[in-house]
Design a protein around this ligand. Structure first.
Ligand code: COA
Ligand code: ZN
Length: 314
């Protein structure tokens, strides 16, 4: 058996924020409860963002209050500013905060309506206020490229990472917000960050608009990364990033890693059962492949004519 790989399921946050049809609170709670029994290390339940910016997640507090928490699963929420953090603490507090800002100035302005410096100060305030009671992770959006600015230098990702590490955060999530990363870039950035920031937990967050998502997961695992975000069915994307579309599908990534002998801790049969219900929940087809094609271990029956040939062959 190879390394243990840890998955954070983000479908009800990154996945749902991009959906146009509101998924009722009851159905969100039921989905999270089902996902909780599949073996995920972590579930990103929702975000405490402005309801004007992300109407789909306006019920964040109610969802946090109503889900059944399974021991061993860490429940996290996305937080863009102090108001979001205060709202999250007034509901049933999560096991971790996932603070968010972009490495690209333009995307930060588009998504969070403030400069990177202002975001940093806001998040610093969140860490100072709540860091003693809730562990902190920071998601750095557009780390592999910005759809409006283009290439993002590794040094910029390192600079923002270092600033948050200096504030004592436990983890960083390096996000390919619009699927611009390619495997060589992933290999280089993952190695650089691990070398310079050995004390911080690194999670990789990939999207798949250009079909490079699973190749990037592979490159990251080969570079020593053991934590990934994934989204059931491959739903997801940032509504404020032009051209954004689905995350890597959790079940496809887990299926690949299982096949290669990694221990993901996931009950894939149970996860695929949950994935099968997703199109009905969101009202459209989803991009996950394994749920349509079956696992590589699912064999097809042999027809009688081929049986006859087998019997006479050799
Ligand atoms: N939760 C709920 N409401 C919030 C809030 C939060 N975290 N932060 C601000 N608000 C409210 C304010 O109270 C204010 O309400 P009012 O109009 O009733 O007075 C209103 O939103 C505007 O506040 P302001 O501070 O000016 O925010 P803004 O309009 O500049 O938006 C963000 C800033 C960060 C709140 C908003 O851009 C946002 O939520 N973005 C999230 C985008 C996202 O989740 N993208 C995908 C994930 S990467
Ligand atoms: Zn994302």
């Amino acid at each position: 058996m190879r390394d243990r790989i840890y998955f954070n399921e983000v479908v009800t946050r990154d996945g749902f924020q991009m959906e146009s049809r509101f998924v009722p609170t009851d159905q969100k709670v039921a989905l999270i409860n089902e996902l909780s029994r599949c073996g995920f290390a972590q579930i990103e339940v929702t975000s405490f963002t402005s309801a004007k910016a992300i109407p789909m997640l306006a019920d964040a507090a109610e969802v946090m209050d109503r889900i059944t928490r399974v021991p061993g699963v860490a429940y996290t929420v996305l937080i863009p500013n102090l108001k979001g953090a205060e709202r999250a603490m007034q509901a049933r507090p999560p096991d971790e905060f996932n603070l968010v800002m972009s490495v690209s100035e333009t995307h930060n302005l588009a998504n969070l309506r403030m400069s990177r410096e202002r975001s940093f100060s806001a998040l610093q305030e969140v860490i100072e206020r709540f860091g003693a009671s809730v562990p902190m992770n920071v998601s750095l959006s557009t780390s592999f490229g910005c759809p409006m600015e283009g290439a993002v230098p590794y040094q910029e990702v390192l600079r923002w990472s270092q600033r948050f590490v200096d504030l004592g955060v436990r983890g960083l999530t390096i996000c390919d917000t619009t699927g611009m990363a390619h495997p060589d870039q992933v290999d280089q950035l993952c190695r650089l960050l691990q070398e310079r920031l050995p004390e911080v937990r690194l999670t990789l967050h990939f999207h798949n608009p250009r079909g490079m998502g699973l190749a990037n997961v592979l490159a990251a695992t080969k570079a020593g990364i053991t934590h990934f975000d994934g989204s059931l069915g491959g739903l997801g994307g940032c509504p404020y990033a032009p051209g954004a579309s689905g995350n890597i599908s959790s079940e496809d990534a887990i299926h690949m890693l299982n096949a290669m002998g990694y221990d993901t801790g996931i009950d894939l049969v149970a996860l695929l059962r949950v994935a099968r219900g997703l199109p009905l929940l969101v009202g459209h087809e989803v991009s996950g492949q394994v749920v349509k094609s079956g696992q590589i271990s699912d064999l097809h029956p042999v027809s009688q004519s081929v049986r006859d040939l087998l019997a006479t062959a050799g």
